[in-house]
Design a protein around this ligand. Sequence first.
Ligand SMILES: [Zn+2]
Length: 65
Amino acid sequence: MDNEFQDIGLTCVRRCSTFTWTASQQEFFSRKGLVQPRRCPACRAIRRQEHEQANEHEREAAGQP
Ligand SMILES: [Zn+2]
């Protein structure tokens, strides 16, 4: 099986920047059965932070009497 990946230049879905989706990332994504990323690393980090904050908020709310 020929599974040659090459670096691809992608544009962030929010059009804030372009980023390189490297061959090794593509291999990783394909192994995990994931589709190609739509956000640049910066937007992904922001999203992750928002997600963590939301989780924290939930924990706080649950911990309140
Ligand atoms: Zn972005």
